[in-house]
Ligand binder design. Structure first.
Ligand code: F7E
Length: 350
């Protein structure tokens, strides 16, 4: 690990994920020296960094957040100006089946980062990616703000809320410059395939180009406030540049159902989607060909699905003049194009 003094430096924990890769690209374009923290064996998949063409420009560092000494050593050596912490477990559904790993990764992992910053790099600024899952079942039908009540409804939400509370304690008690981004669901072409938006565009590309059996989804009526990962990530360095650290909601304020996202993506793939039946019998077909595109199975229903809620990014807008550029339709089209291109080029394992 070599520290370069002239450039501003940033350490991205979880650099191989969607947000980490997008942020690496953004920070490089802003002239930062970027250190990419990843966990060897678990998340050493670098396809996103390769697709963005930035892998060679990063200094990659194996950091296991479960090992406090490793986190401490990396942060002490690098002395980054900025740290972005995206590492951890992000699949809500898994958190019911592996609650211990979820809490350990997200809460204890964050504690280890905070301790390392407090002790070894007290001047560093930290951005922590929290989640709208901390709101859980709170205030149905209301637009949520940073002041809304937190009421997580799954272990993942609990892990993020505990981590966010720790960040607040380190900010208020120890003066660490730490910011939480309360991230509503955000997506784009680099989304992992287990999340529903990418599952849909990946499978539609398969069905369009190679055919085969319909994709199987869970609850098509479920709704989310889906934003653009690229929009959100681009604003994170601006948030860290603000001198008074705060927590910020990143959201669009608009709800879209899984069914609507499927329709938008299917149209972008050149299908004419029609929906038939309700609930577990719901299907989606391409009208001209009759090809079945999607069906539903209980297998993908959640133990408890977090109810739909939307967030207000008013604080973000007021503080950094945040304006999201992409609508959910733009996002679906962009994702669909990326997956059609990948399939055409034979890049199937991304
Ligand atoms: O589910 C429904 C599912 O897994 C979205 C993460 O970034 O955002 C994300 O978590 C909705 C849910 O994301 C399928 O029941 C229907 O209602 O894409 P998802 P998520 O759970 O919203 C939050 C804010 C985070 O912090 C997380 O890290 O879609 N759904 N059918 C399905 N979901 C999946 N995965 N697969 C289906 O077949």
């Amino acid at each position: 690990m070599t520290k370069v003094n002239k450039l501003k430096s940033a350490l991205i924990l979880g650099v191989t994920g969607q947000d980490g890769a997008l942020l690496a690209e953004e920070l490089l374009s802003l002239g930062y020296k970027v250190y990419g923290g990843f966990r060897r064996g678990l998340s050493s998949k670098v396809w996103r960094l390769e697709e963005l063409g930035v892998l060679d420009q990063l200094e990659m560092i194996n950091i296991n957040l479960h090992e406090p000494h490793q986190v401490m050593e990396a942060i002490t050596t690098i002395q980054p100006d900025h740290i972005y912490h995206f590492a951890g477990e992000s699949f809500v559904s898994d958190s019911f089946h592996q609650p211990y790993s979820n809490i350990a990764a997200n809460t204890v992992g964050t504690l280890n980062v905070l301790e390392a910053v407090r002790i070894s790099a007290p001047d560093a600024r930290l951005f922590f990616a929290s989640s709208s899952e901390i709101f859980g079942g709170t205030e149905p039908g209301k637009i949520l703000t940073e002041e809304s009540k937190f009421l997580p409804s799954n272990p993942y939400g609990v892990s993020k809320l505990a981590a966010q509370n720790l960040v607040n304690i380190y900010r208020n008690r120890f003066g660490v410059h730490a910011v939480c981004g309360i991230m509503f669901n955000h997506t784009g072409p680099l989304r992992a395939r287990n999340f529903v938006t990418r599952k849909i565009t990946y499978n539609l590309a398969r069905l369009r180009i190679d055919g085969g059996s319909a994709m199987v989804l869970g609850n098509m009526e479920a709704c989310r406030d889906w934003g653009s990962a690229a929009d959100y990530v681009r604003s994170m360095p601006k948030v860290l540049a603000v001198n008074a650290p705060h927590d910020f909601i990143f959201a669009t304020g608009k709800l879209t159902s899984v069914k609507t996202f499927l329709r938008l993506a299917a149209e972008a793939a050149g299908f004419v989607p029609i929906f038939e039946n309700e609930g577990l019998s719901s299907t989606c077909r391409d009208k001209p060909s009759g090809q079945k595109l999607a069906e539903v199975s209980e297998r993908y229903f959640r133990v408890i699905d977090t109810p739909p809620h939307v967030g207000s990014s008013a604080r973000l807008k007021k503080t950094i003049n945040y304006v999201g550029e992409l609508t959910v339709q733009n996002i679906a089209e962009e994702m669909m194009k990326a997956d059609l291109d990948r399939r055409t080029d034979g890049r199937l394992n991304v």
